[in-house]
Design a protein around this ligand. Structure first.
Ligand SMILES: O=C(O)CCC(=O)C(=O)O
Length: 308
């Protein structure tokens, strides 16, 4: 596989045109998606959480990388970005054939620190088909899930540059067109392009394209704001019900509540029954946002009780 150019488009390009590029290449850059002021406001929201985040501890996640999550709970500006109509339009166009509802999958600030090495190229959709193995043991794959995931597009990602992304500071490396290759294919180094972009620009990439963070050989941090979307019927990578529980989600925009998972997917997916008091009935997930948050627990005999 030879190198294919990474396509770049204006931020207001119609979603149908972008979805075509994504279907062919698996990636596209949207220039100047956010203004300098928007980037500064995002940074202001996120800085305290990013500064307090310890470095990751695995070879894959990076030993000189910090990953800060729970962004919907933590940042009003991230909430606005997650439901930006340009992004939601593209999510619906690109993932639309494979689901009736969509949800947030990952929300994470990825800060690549000076001295970090390049991340192993991977496809994000492998998260559903790889079988969990201890660190240092070669990943095992469920072949049925791998085949199913390759037949659909299960995921769409955005990476907003909060600093400039350069080859030197660890811009995401992506292999345009690799989304078409079988899982076993290992494209050569030359097939990868550094998604260089100025802060405020956005890399959009599918769960099928081979990519990874680049090595940071500069003296400055590379900071990207990563929000991933997936199909309503797949398990979320970052469990949004825990990262953004009902007592926080209850005052948010309805579109965002739905993306967090507080919506019924189709006729019956995702309902729940409030465990107390007795007599509560099957309820839509939206009801969890309206209930008074009265804590419950199991007593010494394993019986459910309200905490008084
Ligand atoms: O930070 C990046 O540029 C990409 C990170 C990534 O692909 C991952 O952590 O799965």
């Amino acid at each position: 596989m030879s190198q294919r150019e990474l396509q770049r488009r204006a931020a207001d390009t119609p979603s149908e045109e972008l979805a075509e590029i994504l279907a062919r290449d698996g990636c596209v850059v949207l220039k100047d998606f956010a203004s300098e002021d928007q980037v500064a406001s995002l940074m202001a929201d996120l800085q305290p959480f990013v500064e307090a985040t310890a470095q990751s501890r695995s070879d894959f996640s990076g030993l000189k990388t910090t990953r800060t999550g729970a962004l919907m709970a933590r940042s009003p500006r991230c909430r606005e970005l997650a439901i930006d109509p340009r992004i939601l339009g593209l999510v619906e166009t690109f993932l639309g054939p494979y689901a009736n509802t969509f949800q947030l999958h990952v929300t994470q600030v990825i800060r690549v620190l000076p001295g970090e090495k390049a991340q192993t190229p991977h496809r994000d959709r492998w998260a559903w088909s790889q079988i969990f193995t201890p660190p240092d043991v070669e990943a095992q794959v469920n072949p049925v899930l791998a085949r199913l995931m390759a037949e659909i597009e299960p995921q769409l990602n955005i990476m907003l540059a909060l600093t400039d992304f350069t080859k030197e500071n660890g811009a995401t490396r992506v292999a345009p067109g690799s989304s078409q290759l079988p899982d076993q294919a290992q494209p050569p180094e030359e097939a990868f392009v550094s998604a260089e972009m100025t802060s405020g620009s956005l890399l959009v990439f599918s769960g099928s394209v081979l990519h990874g963070a680049g090595a940071n050989e500069s003296e400055h941090d590379r900071i990207g704001l990563n929000i991933d979307y997936t199909l309503g019927w797949l398990r979320q990578e970052d469990n949004q019900y825990l990262s953004c529980p009902p007592e926080i989600a209850k005052d948010m925009d309805e579109k965002l509540q739905a993306l967090l998972g507080y919506v019924t997917g189709g006729p019956s997916m995702g309902y729940f029954t409030p465990p107390l008091p007795a007599g509560e009935d099957l309820s839509s997930p939206q009801r969890a946002l309206q209930l008074p948050s009265k804590p419950v627990r199991l007593d010494a005999n394993g019986r459910l009780e309200f905490v008084e």
